[in-house]
Write a protein that binds this ligand. Structure first.
Ligand code: SF4
Length: 195
């Protein structure tokens, strides 16, 4: 059977800059495309190419880390389950970063981070290990609180200041001080200029 193929923007080796695995070396597989259209999106989808799952695994295995982070774009807009299966069969630890708008079976995923935007499937929030919420000056704080209950169900909840702006960092710090079960996620790779 022919290996499934995927549209990608890039594959690169770096350190995870955000969330629970901050500072960990990993191979990033950035799938192309996202229908959400957030105003603060910093991903450029203009350049893209197609690779099969076998070709992706071959590329990922060039690097010493066994962690592969599938990100986007929105990974669930492609056949993410097929890619998870192939990567797991190849002995890799699979981390996924998704906006959670499209449900998929995340069984076997070693770290599922759901970063909700305008719509999120509640079943994806239930599957998540980490819920990462981007917070900016336009964020409706009272609406945000609907995610906080998930902390009592064992998920880690991170607030990430939009675009690293100081006023957004200050807002996140205030919210975390008021709700100490929350954690701060900074885009450390941007501060530290990690290639
Ligand atoms: S959900 Fe993520 S990838 Fe999609 S547009 Fe928003 S910030 Fe960009």
């Amino acid at each position: 059977m022919q290996a499934p193929s995927f549209k990608l923007t890039e594959i690169f080796y770096s350190l995870q800059g955000e969330g629970m695995y901050t500072g960990t070396a990993a191979v990033f597989v950035r799938l192309s495309g996202c229908l959400m259209g957030c105003s603060f999106c910093d991903t450029d989808f203009k350049e893209n190419f197609v690779m099969t799952s076998e070709e992706i695994i071959k590329e990922v295995k060039k690097y010493p880390s066994k962690i592969v982070i599938i990100t986007g774009g929105e990974p669930a807009e492609q056949d993410i389950c097929a890619l998870i299966k192939s990567l797991k069969q190849a002995g890799l630890k699979v981390h996924i970063e998704t906006n959670g708008s499209i449900y998929f079976d995340a069984q076997g995923v070693d770290n599922l981070t759901v970063s909700p935007k305008t719509y999120v499937d509640p079943n994806m929030l239930k599957s998540a290990h980490v819920i990462k919420i981007v917070v900016g000056q336009d964020t409706d704080i009272s609406d945000l609180k609907k995610y906080f209950n998930y902390a009592s169900e064992g998920r880690l909840i991170y607030l990430q200041p939009e675009s690293n702006k100081q006023e957004n960092i200050d807002l996140c710090v205030k919210l975390i001080k008021e709700n100490p079960f929350l954690r701060l996620s900074l885009q450390t790779h941007k501060f530290a200029k990690i290639p």
